[in-house]
Design a protein. Structure first.
Length: 296
């Protein structure tokens, strides 16, 4: 199959109504950032905007607010209580208030690995009654508790681990050897156990959950560079905010993300492309899937 074409059963977005406003296309709240990692949540927020979200808010520790706020003027940015360069426990109430107004949440890009952050992530996982995607250091937090505790959550959940993060969620060393086939089987079992959707990233990204599975066919090795996972997180969050079911949002996000990577590789070569180049080419994927099939 040519990577310029999409599978016949790939989810689509409906065309926008002529009289629509930004509030008709979902509010995304991105929660992340820590000292030295302000760019990660900023990439996710920008990707959510590029993926059709009408409003995007970025919640970061106040210590990195200035850096995060300069990334994209279209993103609403809030600095919250910080400790050790990351979120402090005192930020939890403000995060809960902002998240309650969202249609979908992205948790984890650059968020760090402190005890306060772990407790915050686990509380969001269990109690946030909104669709949410958890990635990056949020997956480290989820791996700190027994797997059975992840079965309890108040809203739809998508997690997007790479191989090492998947190993950690399974209770194995992140550097342990594992065959891709075995990891995919384990991902399917974990998705069923926690009633969530897992996007196991890598060559032939594997999406599983809701008694379904799919393998993505877009993307290339040039995407193995810092920040591309943060872009994917923002795409998933935007599609969730626009009303897509979790599995459909994850599958379409993986395809569009990979298609943007293929366009970047075509223009720049695999060696020189960066995550920001994917942001600038998300439209290539979305133009192929808007206005066909059933509405989101």
């Amino acid at each position: 199959m040519s990577r310029a074409h999409h599978p016949a059963d790939l989810p689509r977005l409906r065309p926008r109504a002529t009289a629509s406003s930004k509030r008709d296309h979902g509010r995304v709240v991105v929660i992340g950032g820590a000292a030295g990692m302000a760019g990660a949540p900023a990439l996710s927020a920008a990707a959510a905007l590029r993926s059709g979200a009408g409003l995007v808010e970025l919640l970061v520790p106040e210590t990195v607010l200035t850096v995060a706020a300069t990334f994209d003027p279209c993103v609403m940015t809030h600095g919250l209580a910080a400790n050790e360069g990351g979120f402090a426990t005192a930020a939890a109430d403000a995060i809960a208030r902002r998240a309650a107004q969202a249609d979908a949440i992205a948790v984890g890009p650059g968020i760090g690995r402190t005890r306060e952050v772990r407790d915050l992530v686990l509380d969001l996982w269990r109690n946030l009654p909104r669709p949410a995607v958890f990635d990056a250091d949020a997956l480290w937090s989820l791996a700190q508790v027994p797997r059975e505790q992840l079965r309890t959550h108040a809203g739809p959940r998508v997690i997007t681990p790479h191989q090492g993060e998947m190993q950690r969620l399974l209770g194995r060393p992140a550097t342990a050897e594992a065959a891709r086939h075995d990891l995919e089987q384990a991902a399917a079992a974990l998705a069923a156990e926690i009633s969530g959707v897992i996007v196991l990233k890598g060559a032939g990204t594997f999406i599983v959950g809701d008694a379904r599975s799919a393998r993505n066919e877009t993307g290339n090795p040039g995407m193995a560079t810092a920040g591309t996972g943060d872009v994917l997180t923002g795409v998933v969050a935007a599609l969730l905010a626009q009303g897509m079911p979790s599995f459909d949002a994850a599958r379409l996000a993986a395809w569009v993300h990979g298609r943007a990577g293929d366009a970047a590789a075509h223009d720049l070569g695999q060696v020189s492309m960066t995550a920001r180049d994917l942001l600038d080419r998300l439209h290539v994927g979305f133009r192929a899937v808007v206005g066909e099939g059933s509405p989101a």
